[in-house]
Design a protein around this ligand. Structure first.
Ligand code: GAL
Length: 674
C-alpha cells in the first residue's frame, strides 16, 4: 500500500517537473513595457505609439509593442527562454513622412540580429533568434541614421518560447531618484563671468556681469575702454568701442556681506563669441507653439531664477516666428514678405524690434532662426533669395544670434524648380556634404551678417554634413551643429556624445562644435514633459557638454524649473570649464570597457577630467593610468559638482578611487600642486 502511494507520488512529481519544464509561449505585450526608454510618447501595448491599431505596410496586427526610436527594452531571461520571434516594421501612421529605423536585438550585450535599415511601407520583416544560454536581452530601435523623426516602430506578434516560466521580467537598471550636488551660492558676492569677451569695433556692446550673492549689489568696472559705461545697479555694461585692441578690465561687485573683483579681458577685434554661447532656445520646449509673450516670459524667468547670475544670457527664438506655408495663421494674407522682400512676422510676433528691446533691457541677447532654403524645417518662410533683406531685418530688430538650418535647401541646391517655391519640400536634406554647393548658402548669409553694423553670432545647423567643423570658420560662423537633433533619451545623448571627438581639434575661441541643446527640465517640443533622462544621465550630459566647450542652450520651459534642474544648471565650476578662455575642447584619451575618460586643458594649467560611465553597471575601480591623460606629479583633485577638494595625490604612485553610477559621471579638475 505504502509502496504504491510512494510510486503514485513520484509519478506526480515527475509530471509536475515536466510541466514546469514544458515549453510555453510568453507574449512580449504581456510584459511590463513601461520601463522601456524611447524617443517619444509612451510604449504602446498592442497599439502603435500613437495609441492606434498596429499597422505595417497595410497589414494590421492585434498584438505587439508600438514604440518610437530611439528605443530600448531590457528583459531578464536567465537562460529560461529558448527563442524570440516577431515581425518588425514602421507603422503606417506616419504616412507622408520619411522615417527610417533599424531594429536590433542584443543578447548579453552582443548583437544577435538586426533588420537592416527599414523604411515606411516596407513589408514587416520576420525575426526568429535562438536565445539559448542568454541571460539578458535588449530590444533596440535605432534612428536608422537620419535622426529619430517620425520613427514609429512596431514589434508585432512578438513572443518568447520559455521553459519553466510563464512570464519574464523587464527592467531598467538606471537609478531614478534625483539628488542635488551643487552647493547653494553664498551670500557674499561672486563674479561668474568668463575671463574673456570679444566684440567687433563699432558694434553695440552689451555685457551683463553675472554675479551671485545677496542683493542689493553695487557693480563697478575699472579701466573700461573709451565708449563703454557701466550701470552700477544692474552691472550692465553698454556702449561701443571704436578701435581694435585688448583691454584688461577689473570688474567688481559689492554687497552688505563683502566685495569681490574679477579680471575681464575685452578683445575688440574680428572675433566674437570667444567663449561658448550660453542661454535658452525655444524649440525643445515650445516647438511651433512659441510666441513673443512666451519669449518675454522666458527672459523674465532667466533673470528671476538667478540663471543670469551664472552667465546664461541668450534668449533664442527658434522656428515659427515667420508665416508657415500651411497658411493657417489668422493674419496671413498670402504674403510671406513685403513688397521689398523684407520678411513678415506671424501674428504671435507682432513687433520684433520691441521684443529685442525688451530682451536687451535685461542685459540679455536675442537670437533668431532661419533656413537657407525657401522653407524652414517646420515649413515656415526661409531666407532663399532674400538673404540680404533678412540680414538687414535681423540687424534692425537687434538680433544678436542666428541659427541657420539646412532643411529645404536640398530642393534648391541646383536652382529653384519652375521658379516656384511651393514645389520645394520643407524637408530636402540632400547635398549638404557637397563642399561646393553645400557651403555656398552658409557663406552667403555669413558674409551678409558680417557686413551688418552689429555683432550677430552665427550658428550653422546642418548636422555636421561635409565635416562642417573644417570649413565653418570660413563662413564667418562661430559654431556649427555636428550631429542630428537631440532628444531627451539616453540613446540620443550617448550617440551624440560619442560622435564629438572627430571634430574636437577644430574647436578654438570663436569656433565651437555644437552637439545640440540641453535636454534637461521640462522639454517636449510642444508636448511638455519632464526630461526622460535619469538624474545620473543628466549629470553626465551636462558634464560632457561642459568639457566639450559646447554652446550651452537650455531647451526647457524656464517657468517650470525644478530644484534639481536649476541646481544642475548653476554650478559655476562646471560652467567655468566650459567657458575657459583657452577654448580647447575636451577629448577622450582613455577607454576602459564602457568608461570613457575625457580631458580638457585649462588656461590656468589645470585639466578638467570627466570619467563618463556609458555602461549599465557601475564602474568601481582604482584609477592609475594618468600618463594616458597627460597628467603627472603631485595633483590636487577637485570634485567639480560638489565644489570640494577631494585629495592631493602623487599620480606616479597613488591611484584615484572611482565609484561611478551606471550612465553617470565623476567630473574632476586636477591641478598641479604648487
Ligand atoms: C531642425 C533643427 C532643430 C529645430 C528645427 C526647427 O532642423 O535641428 O533644432 O531648429 O529644425 O524646425
Amino acid at each position: 500500500m505504502l509502496k504504491n502511494k510512494i510510486h503514485i507520488l513520484s509519478i506526480a512529481f515527475l509530471l509536475a517537473g515536466q510541466i514546469s519544464k514544458a515549453q510555453s509561449a510568453v507574449w512580449l505585450d504581456k510584459l511590463d513595457l513601461s520601463v522601456a526608454t524611447q524617443g517619444n510618447g509612451k510604449p504602446g501595448i498592442n497599439t502603435s505609439v500613437d495609441g492606434k491599431k498596429l499597422t505595417i505596410a497595410g497589414k494590421t496586427f492585434d498584438r505587439g509593442f508600438g514604440t518610437h526610436a530611439e528605443s530600448s527594452l531590457l528583459i531578464k531571461l536567465n537562460g529560461k527562454a529558448t527563442k524570440f520571434s516577431a515581425l518588425v516594421g514602421l507603422d503606417d501612421e506616419m504616412k507622408g513622412h520619411e522615417p527610417a529605423v533599424e531594429f536590433e536585438i542584443y543578447g548579453d550585450n552582443k548583437k544577435v540580429w538586426s533588420s537592416g535599415i527599414m523604411h515606411l511601407g516596407d513589408q514587416a520583416k520576420p525575426v526568429s533568434v535562438s536565445l539559448k544560454g542568454i541571460k539578458q536581452l535588449e530590444l533596440v530601435v535605432t534612428d536608422g541614421g537620419n535622426g529619430p523623426y517620425y520613427d514609429h516602430a512596431d514589434w508585432v506578434d512578438a513572443r518568447f518560447e520559455t521553459t519553466g516560466v510563464s512570464t519574464l521580467e523587464t527592467f531598467n537598471p538606471i537609478a531614478s531618484e534625483p539628488y542635488i550636488l551643487t552647493p547653494r551660492p553664498a551670500a557674499v558676492p561672486k563674479i561668474n563671468s568668463a575671463g574673456i569677451y570679444g566684440v567687433r569695433p563699432g558694434s553695440a556692446f552689451l555685457f551683463r556681469i553675472p554675479a551671485t550673492g545677496e542683493r542689493p549689489m553695487a557693480f563697478a568696472a575699472k579701466n573700461l575702454p573709451k565708449g563703454l559705461t557701466i550701470d552700477s545697479q544692474t552691472g550692465i555694461i553698454t556702449g561701443k568701442i571704436d578701435t581694435k585692441g585688448t583691454y584688461e578690465v577689473l570688474l567688481s561687485a559689492k554687497n552688505a556681506k563683502g566685495s569681490v573683483s574679477k579680471k575681464l579681458r575685452i578683445e575688440s577685434g574680428d572675433k566674437i563669441a570667444l567663449t561658448p554661447t550660453m542661454g535658452w532656445n525655444s524649440w525643445n520646449c515650445f516647438g511651433h507653439e512659441v510666441s513673443a509673450d512666451k519669449v518675454k516670459r522666458a527672459a523674465d524667468a532667466l533673470v528671476r531664477s538667478g540663471l543670469v547670475n551664472h552667465g546664461w544670457n541668450y534668449i533664442n527664438i527658434d522656428d515659427s516666428w515667420q508665416y508657415n506655408r500651411d497658411g493657417k495663421d489668422p493674419s496671413f494674407k498670402g504674403q510671406f514678405r513685403d513688397k521689398d522682400g523684407y520678411i513678415l512676422t506671424n501674428s504671435k510676433f507682432p513687433d520684433m524690434k520691441n521684443l529685442g528691446d525688451y530682451i536687451h533691457a535685461n542685459g540679455l541677447k536675442m537670437g533668431i532662426y532661419s533656413s537657407p532654403g525657401p522653407w524652414t524645417c517646420g515649413g515656415c518662410a526661409g531666407s532663399y533669395g532674400y538673404e540680404k533683406q533678412d540680414a538687414e531685418s535681423y540687424a534692425r530688430w537687434g538680433v544678436d544670434y542666428l541659427k541657420y538650418d539646412w532643411c529645404s535647401y536640398g530642393g534648391v541646391i541646383d536652382g529653384l524648380p519652375d521658379n516656384d517655391p511651393s514645389k520645394v519640400p520643407s524637408l530636402a536634406f540632400n547635398g549638404g556634404g557637397d563642399l561646393d554647393k553645400g557651403v555656398k548658402p552658409f557663406k552667403l548669409m555669413g558674409d551678409l551678417l558680417y557686413g551688418q553694423p552689429r555683432d550677430i553670432v552665427y550658428n550653422l545647423c546642418q548636422y555636421g554634413m561635409g565635416d562642417v567643423w573644417k570649413w565653418g570658420d570660413e563662413t564667418h560662423a562661430q559654431s556649427w551643429r555636428t550631429t542630428n537633433d537631440i532628444t531627451d533619451t539616453w540613446a540620443s545623448v550617448k550617440s551624440i556624445a560619442l560622435a564629438q571627438d572627430k571634430a574636437a581639434l577644430y574647436a578654438k575661441p570663436g569656433n565651437r562644435n555644437d552637439p545640440d541643446m540641453l535636454v534637461v527640465g521640462v522639454v517636449g517640443w510642444g508636448n511638455p514633459h519632464q526630461s526622460k533622462l535619469k538624474p545620473d544621465e543628466q549629470y553626465l550630459h551636462i558634464s560632457l557638454w561642459s568639457i566639450f566647450s559646447a554652446p550651452l542652450l537650455i531647451g526647457c520651459d524656464l517657468e517650470k524649473l525644478d530644484d534639481f534642474t536649476l541646481n544642475l544648471l548653476t554650478n559655476d565650476e562646471v560652467i567655468a570649464v566650459n567657458q575657459d578662455a583657452l577654448g580647447k575642447q575636451g577629448i577622450c584619451l582613455n577607454t576602459i570597457g564602457e568608461l570613457k575618460i575625457y580631458v580638457k586643458d585649462l588656461e590656468d594649467g589645470g585639466k578638467a577630467v570627466a570619467f563618463a560611465n556609458f555602461g549599465r553597471e557601475k564602474a568601481k575601480l582604482s584609477y592609475k593610468d594618468f600618463k594616458k591623460l597627460g597628467i603627472s606629479g603631485q595633483q590636487t583633485v577637485r570634485d567639480l559638482w560638489r565644489q570640494k577638494d577631494l585629495a592631493g595625490i602623487d599620480v606616479a604612485v597613488q591611484s584615484l578611487p572611482l565609484d561611478i553610477p551606471a550612465h553617470g559621471v565623476a567630473y574632476y579638475k586636477l591641478s598641479p600642486l604648487k
